[in-house]
Ligand binder design. Structure first.
Ligand SMILES: Cc1ncc(COP(=O)(O)O)c(C=O)c1O
Length: 391
């Protein structure tokens, strides 16, 4: 059985001495995969999937969790559950991953892009009311870097207009806003277990169902539009096609890997907190002198330490810093491009100037190496390299 030492050695084959990301491997991931295979049930909804569901439901306080093959697929399930139809509008931040909106566009929705706040880079809740129309069918807050959106205002606007809220919580597992867990505000929320996330299984996700009225249909949509799960529970004597749906179940092999990660979540989160705080302490006075902005976390938000970013004065400086770090074997990366200016965004009428904060921040944001295996000495190299950068 390969050991974590094997993992460390293998990872050293990377092009970079210090990678931007490495998946965590500190629990029983490989042992559980072997066990899942030995159980001879490696399709979806097996032993480990059930354990992941139970653990997440208890840890998050969510009535029903469904593992999915990705966060993208959990978002697609949300669009199906909300019966999104051609011509419906969804309000989505321009600064997010394409899946937040594409899942709804697949059902025929038209995206209405909302700009972000310059501090947290979350949906600017002050703009929300002005974008609501009689065709708005969903509001899609994204908790960027796992820092909670202004949910009080968002839920107030949504509630007054009767619009469902779907939280894209791809970054925010185990974060909270004003003491309430992220992913428990909307009628639905989605998680990602992609390799780049704190807790991962390579590719994976989950749909969190907070509205009990949506649970039964979610189960059907996830099982190709059939009532197969009811059949396996002995609630019907045969299973059949009862609704639209698709195949959104991950293999139990992936769930085994994921369950091992969830078991050691406190250790993963502790290590990531340490990495985040080391960057914050090491870079804050340099950043203040250089007019560089570091993440801003409101004191009522508990962040899950998903990423550490810097906002540099210009695009040219950001690109030069990426190149400077690369020369020293350090991988740093930018993040989302404004969706309103993408080819698809323009197709829906997006144009420069629609979302000025998104457009300005997107060019200047840089993310530093961040993962649970990042050694203190390597982090110090990153900090020293950033501080040595002249601009
Ligand atoms: C905000 C957000 N939503 C959704 C996704 C899609 O996640 P997945 O790769 O699990 O489909 C991502 C990907 O990183 C993301 O950043």
């Amino acid at each position: 059985m390969p050991s974590p030492t094997w993992f460390e050695r293998t990872a050293l084959k990377s092009e970079y001495a210090i990678d931007f990301n490495r998946p965590a491997l500190i629990g029983n991931e490989l042992a559980y995969i072997t066990e899942a295979v030995q159980r001879l049930q490696i399709s979806g909804d097996g032993y480990y999937t059930r354990r992941c569901h139970a653990l997440l439901e208890a840890a998050l306080g969510v009535p029903k969790v469904f593992l999915t093959t990705s966060c993208t697929h959990a978002l697609e399930m949300a669009a199906l559950l909300l019966n999104i139809q051609p011509g419906d509008e969804v309000i989505v931040p321009a600064f997010t991953f394409v899946s937040t909106v594409n899942a709804f566009v697949l059902r025929g929705a038209r995206p209405v892009f909302i700009d972000i706040r310059p501090d947290t880079l979350n949906m600017d809740e002050a703009l929300l009311e002005g974008l609501v129309s009689e065709r708005t069918r969903a509001i899609l807050p994204v908790h960027y870097a796992g820092v909670g959106c202004e949910m009080d205002t968002i839920l107030d606007v949504a509630g007054r207009h009767g619009i469902p809220v779907v939280e894209d919580d791809a970054h925010g597992l185990f974060g909270s806003y004003k003491g309430k867990t992220l992913g428990t505000f909307g009628c639905l929320a989605t998680l990602s277990f992609h390799e780049t996330k704190n807790i991962s299984c390579g590719e994976g996700g989950a749909l969190l169902v907070n509205d009990p009225a949506l649970i039964e249909r979610a189960e059907i949509i996830r099982e190709k539009g059939t009532n197969r799960s009811r059949f396996f529970r002995g609630q019907v004597d045969k299973y059949t096609w009862v609704d639209i749906g698709s195949s959104y179940l991950p293999s139990d092999i992936l769930a085994a890997f994921l369950f091992a990660q969830l078991e050691v979540r406190e250790e993963i989160q502790r290590r990531r907190q340490c990495v985040w705080e080391t960057y914050q302490t090491g870079l804050s006075s340099w950043a203040a002198q250089q007019d560089v902005r570091l993440p801003s976390i409101p004191d009522y938000c508990q962040q899950p330490y998903h990423m550490f970013y810097m906002i540099l004065p210009t695009l040219e400086i950001r690109q030069a810093l990426i190149a400077h770090l690369k020369k020293q074997g350090i991988q740093s990366v930018f993040h989302y491009l404004p969706l309103n200016l993408s080819d698809m965004g323009r197709h829906f009428g997006g144009k420069p100037g629609d979302c000025p904060v998104t457009e300005a921040i997107s060019d200047r944001l840089l993310r530093l190496p961040f993962h649970a295996h990042l050694e203190q000495a390597d982090q110090e190299r990153v900090i020293a390299a950033v501080q040595a950068f002249e601009f």
